[in-house]
Design a protein around this ligand. Sequence first.
Ligand code: XMP
Length: 517
Amino acid sequence: RILILDFGSQYTQLIARRVREAGVYCEIHPWDMDDAAIREFAPRGVILSGGPESVTAEETPRAPEAVFGLGVPVLGICYGMQTMAHQLGGRVETSSHHEYGYAQVRARGHSRLLKDIEDHTTPEGYGLLDVWMSHGDRVIEMPPGFRVIAETDNAPLAGMADDERGYYGVQFHPEVTHTRQGARILSRFIHDICGCEALWTPDNIIEDTVASVREQVGGDEVLLGLSGGVDSSVVAALLHRAIGDQLTCVFVDNGLLRHQEGDQVMATFAEHMGVKVIRVDAEDLFLGKLAGVSDPERKRKIIGNTFIEVFEAESEKLANVKWLAQGTIYPDVIESAGSKTGKAKVIKSHHNVGGLPEHMKLGLVEPLRELFKDEVRKIGVELGLPYDMVYRHPFPGPGLGVRILGEVEKAYADTLRLADHIFIEELRRHDLYDKVSQAFCVFLPVKSVGVTGDGRRYDYVVAMRAVETIDFMTARWAHLPYEFLDHVSRRIVNEVPRISRVVYDVTGKPPGTIEWE
Ligand code: XMP
């Protein structure tokens, strides 16, 4: 396995994902991980990430000494290369030429890291690599034992290598896709230089997890709050494989789910896979508590608290349960070097551990704790979950509660479900569903005049929203074809009672948010 030490780069998680994609298990730890922990982790190789700091400043992060005492290969990326150069006896200076974005580096093929890896060849016989650069500092003097393996006009030392010890530094970012040969370079490091085999595959992940869950819970019973979302669904499938009937799922239908969602969850898990699922029909309870409430944050609180209440009541009926399963995934767990607030473990609030009765004293089972979302999806498919469920767009915990503006009423929810279903169905039919990151309809409780046939209509408005985003922190509205929007709009007005007008949301984030409330 590979250890990644995080110096706070925005790309650190990407490094880990690339290593995992290459079939090798890795973990991200903060740069100040202590020496004993590093030795115990016993990595086959170490990657030092980039980071925002300058090595030339007085007090900046350094790689722990243990890293260079392990006798295993080390790859420094960007800041990681600079601190490696500095710590091993080279020199780094703040450069007046900041490089950011695309660059071409001349690669000298004599090192094991870059040998025979190139995008183009110069007339003089140099390999050229198209790479993604982002740095202010640069190495001006290599440590003893190193040779130059890559250069640009601004950075004569854009890459260095000590093949003997297996130490490598690159000033560019092999983990981003703009560096076209990046995956090959990382694979060269992990497989050929560190000697790791590609064993981290969906099959093996499932096998390992099944074994460790069995060991953890023994013959005890486990409880899971199943939402129908990707993470809890994969946990259900995985635990069912591991412990069969010792797993009980509680699925709360709050009346704010998508079209036929409750029936689909039951069909997939209970009927098809034979998982024990208790379906709680709590629509009346939720809508009752929401009656007359229009403030978005109050609605969110009510929905969250009511969920806990229902879940608690159900769990109390299950006397023998000893464990609570959660869909925590790796990005929730990573202690980021960038976050100054520290190392608090993040627990997904919508899984409501905090809300369980004290006397139940449940232990936690978190079988996805080590996995990235793309890995969760892959094992979901491998476990036999429907592709459409595993690759579904995210859906907020409060559900349609925040997509019906203002007061929530059952009739509004029913109307919205139909319109949303048409939009999603057409996106799938036109092969657009996977091209957008999230798409849905929003119900606007305002009336607008329309005309159909001979009649005048005075009915509600539905907005379609579709966005493209990587991280959901910023997003661009999806530029869906006009003909497509036209088609969906006609279907909604024709087929959904009480809708007289359809609009398309052309607001980015910022300044808008993805949801309307
Ligand atoms: P916004 O609207 O903040 O949404 O741009 C960003 C992403 O978060 C989802 N979202 C939520 N998810 N509980 C959730 O579990 C919530 O209260 C909530 N609000 C927004 C939203 O769907 C989008 O993917």
